[in-house]
Write a protein that binds this ligand. Structure first.
Ligand code: PMP
Length: 306
């Protein structure tokens, strides 16, 4: 993906040119991974453009920063407004929005407290993360040889840049082995999540998803899928799941801001169910796409119009 360098970026309260959104190599974040971030989507619909669950994403950003004792200058409302500003500044109707907060240029000890906390918001056009085809036909995935973080090591409820070193190990292994994505197990060998997606399993008409304690990010799309599934009359159980439940499931799918709702058609080259997108995945995906396209009424209050 090549970036359009004519884009505008939001930096600490100002809109600046893309090529000026730089930082010094002595910044704390470059050495110690001290950043937290969000990934948000803005969708075009008949009534205008709307950002999906903006307040929830920005609240999660503040929560991530809280875990790392990183004081974000400004409020949730101010950063929500800033996300809208940067989309407007780029005249985007549809966009991916990436707020990132990090420890900047100050000192290079591990102690970050003398480094300024900087906030940037990038936005660009980003299509289907795992491919348009994947949304319909599903992806082939493997179980990663890398586990998710053990409890009380790196906090998974914080969406920190450093967590994505592990995600990169997972993704690189998946690519090297010819898969679209991989799924990590917990340190106990139970199902956790993908490198950038949460996981759902359908078995005998019920939906299952690993719980918060399975070292997952508390995904906003995961929460949306749980709400939609409930509305459609499916029971959703947040519980520990063994690896082999993936092989024996009727349906498996990923959720995520980038991946949206993506079916999984095989795990470790073992076909999931009938190997095509199943009825429960289809129903949840359809309702999700209806909401984000403005075709269904937003009775959840998920859309924040620009
Ligand atoms: N898990 C991980 C590790 C992720 O990076 C993401 C993407 N943010 C998700 C799950 C899905 O979260 P969300 O639905 O909030 O995008």
């Amino acid at each position: 993906m090549a970036f359009d360098e004519t884009l505008k970026v939001w930096k600490n309260g100002r809109i600046i040119p893309w090529n000026e959104a730089t930082l010094h190599v002595a910044s704390h974040v470059v050495h110690y991974g001290s950043s937290v971030f969000e990934g948000i989507r803005c969708y075009k619909m008949a009534k205008g453009s709307a950002i999906f669950r903006l307040g929830d994403h920005i609240q999660r950003l503040f929560n991530s920063a809280k875990v790392y004792r990183m004081p974000i200058p400004g409020s949730v409302d101010e950063l929500c407004a800033a996300c809208k500003d940067v989309v407007r500044a780029n005249a985007f109707e549809e966009a991916y929005i990436r707020p990132v907060v990090f420890r900047g240029y100050g000192a290079l000890g591990v102690d970050p407290t003398t480094c300024p906390v900087e906030t940037f918001i990038l936005t660009w056009k980003w299509g289907a993360y795992l491919g348009q085809e994947a949304l319909e036909h599903g992806v082939d995935v493997k179980i990663s040889s890398w586990n998710r973080f053990a409890p009380n090591t790196l906090p998974t409820m914080a969406k920190a840049g450093a967590n994505y070193m592990s995600s990169q190990l997972m993704k690189l292994e998946a690519i090297a082995d010819g898969y679209a994505e991989s799924i990590a197990l917990t340190d106990q060998g139970l199902l956790s999540e993908g490198s950038g997606e949460n996981l759902f399993i359908a078995m005998k008409g019920k939906l299952y998803t690993p719980p918060m304690a399975a070292s997952i990010l508390n995904g906003i799309t995961r929460d949306s899928a749980i709400r939609i599934a409930g509305d459609l009359g499916f029971e959703v159980l947040e519980q520990d799941l063994p690896r082999e439940s993936l092989y024996l499931a009727d349906e498996v799918f990923f959720t995520g801001t980038a991946a949206e709702v993506t079916p999984i058609r095989s795990v470790d080259r073992i076909q999931v169910g009938s190997g095509v997108r199943g009825p429960i995945t289809t129903a949840i995906q359809r309702r999700f796409f209806e909401v984000i396209s403005g075709k269904a009424e937003d009775r959840y209050g998920w859309l924040d119009f620009i």
